[in-house]
Design a binder for this molecule. Structure first.
Ligand code: LLP
Length: 423
């Protein structure tokens, strides 16, 4: 097999003992393919960020919740969050015990809060009214509170999750009200957390926000601070999506060293002996996943060359929703001459909307019918955000194991799956 553009995955031996064309033949397309090796490497990057005894990594499973992926994350020593009953269900299925799951969600119904409490989870509430609601049904128990440090970050306004303009967290000005409710419901404040947003490539904002959270912890009365078990600074660690342009990675060594100094210094100063967590989703899962699809049609409409694929936004919605960039590899059977001169092409999917664009005006070798495409860095917020729009079945997921063999970890949906819930 040969390929037109595959230097990145070749350098990692991403597909193990297979070629992407073989995987597309065996399992069909669209197909999410994950590399166990890359996933484990990313987990290890994070777990070694700080040698502080209480330091840990809380994987945010909203990025990718396949139980096989979660099982590998568990083996690597990470804990997980859950933000819904569904995520809690999958965490449990993947073998996480309740003490390794933090329930970090927002605007829950009383039933959802009761469900989390019934599973003995530590629940983080994100508003004064949720603190009151949770207190009413968990009197005398434990609770965590999410604060809004006033500093946000993210690749798009829709994923900035702190600052006065967002719906998230309790504002630090409202700390007194928190104490009133803790007392009223005899709750122990066991943790505080925050999340400033998704995808930053420099450490400064994250560390500034961590400093704000620690300053808030210092405002807690001594007996409250003594019972605090968890300080969770949130996720947002970015990955370089522009692989073929050599985009620089987030400097994790620098972030880790500075975070370590901050937490070790603060723990020494205050006597805090609890845990410090970071809560990344994307950094763990994005780079281990590639979405394979096939080119079914090529045409010129006016000046634009459209490459029509089976990769509609029901399969990967990020480009359509946030204008996100994903790099593209092109795989073609051996013996066929590749047209290597780059031309401007727009890759589109099979959904009936003009916004169904995966990659706009990309200068790439001319693609043609039958080519298999690899959409890089699709492991986070890929499958989990897929839908059945236009009544398309959601794709299958395959893991390339450490020994290079492939394993189906989620079958492709069928027409029966589409009709399962109708009465
Ligand atoms: N913790 C909380 C409370 C969160 O809300 C999130 C993400 C994370 C942690 C993990 O953030 P990460 O490390 O993955 O940046 N669908 C968007 C991203 C939305 C993130 C929502 N919250 C995307 O595809 O870019």
């Amino acid at each position: 097999m040969s390929s037109v553009r595959s230097a990145y995955t070749d350098s990692l031996n991403f597909y193990g003992r297979h070629t992407p064309q073989e995987l597309a033949e065996i399992y069909g397309t669209p197909l999410y393919v994950y590399s166990e090796g890359v996933l484990r490497e990313r987990c290890r990057d994070l777990i070694t960020l700080s040698p502080h005894p209480g330091f840990g990594v809380n994987y945010s499973v909203k990025a990718n919740a396949n139980p096989t992926i979660l099982g590998i994350v568990r083996e690597e020593g990470l804990v997980v969050d859950a933000m819904s009953q569904g995520e809690l269900h999958l965490d449990t299925l993947a073998g996480f015990p309740p003490e390794k799951i933090l329930y970090i969600s927002n605007n829950n119904s009383p039933e959802e809060l009761r469900h989390a409490a019934a599973h003995s989870l530590l629940v983080s509430v994100d508003s004064i009214s949720q603190l009151d609601a949770f207190g009413r049904l968990n009197h005398g128990g434990k609770v965590m509170a999410r604060f809004n440090p006033g500093i946000g970050a993210g690749h798009h306004a829709m994923v900035v999750t702190a600052g006065r303009e967002t719906k998230f967290g309790v504002m630090p000005d409202n700390l007194d009200e928190v104490f009133v409710l803790l007392n009223r419901h005899q709750l122990t404040l066991s943790g505080i957390n925050q999340h400033i947003g998704s995808l930053f490539m420099t450490a400064d904002g994250y560390l500034d926000a961590a400093t704000v959270l620690l300053a808030l912890a210092e405002r807690l009365p001594g007996e409250v601070l003594k019972k605090l078990e968890i300080i969770d600074f949130g996720g947002g660690f970015g990955i370089p999506y522009h692989k073929y342009e050599g985009e620089k990675r987030l400097n994790l060594a620098d972030l880790g060293a500075r975070l370590h100094d901050l937490i070790a210094g603060w723990a020494a100063k205050t006597g805090y002996a609890g845990r410090f967590l970071v809560e990344p989703g994307r950094y763990v899962a994005a780079e281990c996943g590639i979405l394979l699809g096939r080119v079914h049609a090529v045409k010129n409409n006016g000046d634009i060359r459209y490459v029509g694929t089976d990769l509609g936004f029901s399969t990967l919605v990020r480009p359509m929703l946030y204008d996100s960039f994903h790099d593209v590899e092109i795989y073609r059977a051996e013996g066929e001459t590749a047209a290597l001169d780059p031309v401007k092409q727009t890759i589109v999917g099979n959904i009936c909307e003009s916004g169904d664009i995966l990659a706009k005006a990309r200068l790439l070798p001319a693609m043609r019918e039958g080519d298999v495409l690899g959409i890089l860095d699709a492991g986070a917020y890929g499958f989990v955000m897929a839908s059945n729009y236009n009544q398309r079945c959601r794709p299958a997921e395959v893991l390339i194991r450490a020994d290079g063999t492939a394993k189906l970890i989620r079958r492709r949906e069928t027409l029966d799956d589409l009709t399962r819930c109708f009465k």
